[in-house]
Design a protein around this ligand. Structure first.
Ligand code: ADP
Length: 531
């Protein structure tokens, strides 16, 4: 597998011309042109880009240029009509086949495709298993099979769909193998490997890009639960003309917080000398349990700037296009970096400086772990598979916890997590572009190598039999009872890092695991071994 590297001089002139003609853009975003060129050269690709980064263009441009029809596999029937209408509007003939059509309507689309009148044909994965579609597919020249939301093929991610498992077989059954292009916003290595093997990609060119958002300032603040509401109120009070989203973990919390913000923010502003006689509503709640009418009103009030702040569960955001969101505050820690990135990334779509703040505390972690161990039931999966899914979710959560605890640049943490290399998280004068709380604060600089050496020594001292929490305790010279069976004071590494903050040690430890020097066992006990 290789990483496609973008270079300006490799842009295919046909691709640029199509980009301009159909979409009116002058240049590709990073990553796009490499993917387009690879597809045009007949090479399979895997594109990993966040939502909104521009994945669609990566297959729509080759579909416009290559002879034949491109089959686009997409799980969301509800979005197909919009996508197809938009393409036809710009002069790219497209159609869909789905369950909302009569057999006659479907036959018409098949006939148009067979006579070369359609460049892109959108279908849901279930469609590929039908006799009618297979009969059609073997007769039409297919330029490209593009698989959207390709992570649905993997049981190790969040949104497994069994219908995705048939895609590989469908492709294998075609008389000539077309180029296959898969796209996802999911980062984990395991899911990427599944995409490649289950879809049967042939030595794909893998491109990961678009994850750094240089106009966003990232901030992580650890604080007790009882202080969070007043922190949010004073933030909003001191940013009076800004629009923002506050994400909460539960529906009840959104309502309680929205209500308390309305009075608290008005009081704070009045105390600051502002005239609050016609201040109006500051915050509205939004969650999936509200009636459709109430949700729609809350959304409209927010999008039209009648109400500056929405306090929402993660149900809010899908399909909402508001570019001037100046801040996104997370009242609790989300379940994964993917989820956090998607929600926080709703700030600053217009490219203007915006702020993403995550409020968390240790009990958020405990709550998340408990939910994960108790909640997950899926009757389609065997007990072993369920345990594997849980283990995978635990890993996602660990990375999220790592983000809360890291003392490293938050932009760098994020882009490294998503596996992005080229051009990621640029820095000037030791600070990241866009900024983050960690680059701004100066942490005590203790040589990481010394910490890493001490950690290795400790893993050796305890014969690779001990979890990461205890390793940190040993290194800090803890007198905790639960260490006594190790006879810690006899260990060379005991107290070796008694001056170093716990968070710093954890940080280096997880970095060593990421880099492959150490392994951390999956499951309840994160036993640390050598990689
Ligand atoms: P994704 O599928 O990754 O979520 P989309 O393909 O829907 O993202 O693209 C998001 C937005 O970015 C769209 O409005 C699209 O027109 C725009 N866009 C994509 N590529 C470019 C580009 N090269 N230049 C400017 N805008 C672009």
């Amino acid at each position: 597998m290789t990483q496609a590297v973008d270079s300006a001089d490799s842009v295919d002139p046909r691709a640029l011309e199509a980009l301009n003609r159909y979409f009116g853009y002058d240049s590709f975003r990073p990553g796009q042109s490499g993917i387009v060129s690879a597809i045009l050269a007949g090479r399979d690709v895997l594109g990993v880009m966040p939502t909104g980064a521009g994945k669609s263009i990566c297959y729509q441009i080759p579909a416009a240029i290559l002879p034949g029809v491109a089959i686009v596999i997409s799980p969301l029937i509800s979005l197909m009509r919009d996508q197809v209408d938009a393409l036809n509007d710009v002069g790219l003939p497209a159609a869909f086949i789905n369950t909302t059509q009569t057999p006659d309507e479907q036959d018409l689309v098949f006939a148009q495709a067979l006579s070369g009148q359609i460049k892109l044909l959108y279908v849901a994965p279930e469609r590929l298993e039908t006799e009618r579609f297979r009969n059609f597919a073997v007769r039409v020249p297919i330029s490209l099979v593009a698989v959207d939301e390709a992570h649905c093929v993997s049981q190790w991610g969040q949104d497994f769909r069994s219908s995705y498992l048939g895609i590989g077989e469908f492709i294998a059954g075609l008389p000539t193998r077309p180029t296959v292009a898969a796209f996802t916003a999911t980062a984990t290595e395991r899911v990427r490997r599944d995409i490649v093997s289950i879809l049967g990609l042939h030595t794909p060119s893998i491109t990961v890009t678009g994850f750094d958002r240089p106009n966003l300032y990232f901030d992580v603040i650890s604080m007790p639960r009882k202080d969070k509401a007043s922190w949010v109120a004073s933030y909003i009070a001191s940013h009076p003309d800004e629009s923002g989203i506050v994400y909460c973990a539960t529906r009840k919390e959104t309502e309680a917080l929205a209500e308390s913000l309305n009075s608290a923010v008005a009081e704070l502003r009045a105390a600051g000398g502002a005239d609050v006689s016609d201040i109006g509503t500051i915050a509205v709640a939004y969650h999936g349990g509200m009636s459709a009418d109430a949700r729609e009103k809350a959304q409209r009030d927010f999008v039209t700037d009648r109400v500056p702040v929405v306090v929402a569960t993660n149900a809010f955001g899908m399909g909402i296009d508001k570019s001037n969101v100046r801040f996104v505050i997370h009242h609790n820690m989300p379940e994964s970096i993917e989820a956090y990135y998607q929600e926080a990334g709703r700030a600053g779509r217009d490219g203007e400086p915006s702020r993403c703040t995550l409020l968390w505390n240790e009990s958020d972690i405990v709550t998340r772990r408990r939910l994960l161990d108790s909640d997950y039931e899926n009757e389609r999966l065997t007990p072993e598979e369920q345990e594997a899914v849980r283990a995978s979710k635990r890993r996602l959560l660990d990375a999220m916890v790592g983000y809360c605890r890291t003392t490293d640049c938050l932009h760098a943490y994020m882009t490294r997590y998503f596996g992005e290399t080229a051009g990621a998280a640029a820095k000037t004068d030791g600070k990241c572009v866009g900024g983050c709380a960690n680059c701004e604060h100066t942490f005590e600089t203790i040589d990481v190598t010394d910490i890493a050496r001490a950690i290795s020594r400790c893993v050796h001292d305890v014969n690779q039999h001990v979890g990461s929490g205890k390793i940190v305790k040993v290194l800090r010279g803890s007198k905790a009872q639960d260490l006594s069976y190790l006879n810690p004071e006899s260990l060379l590494s005991f107290g070796m890092l008694d001056e170093v903050p716990e968070a710093r040690i954890r940080d280096v430890l997880s970095q060593m695991a990421t880099d492959g020097f150490l392994t951390i066992a999956e499951g309840r006990l994160p036993i640390v071994g050598f990689g």
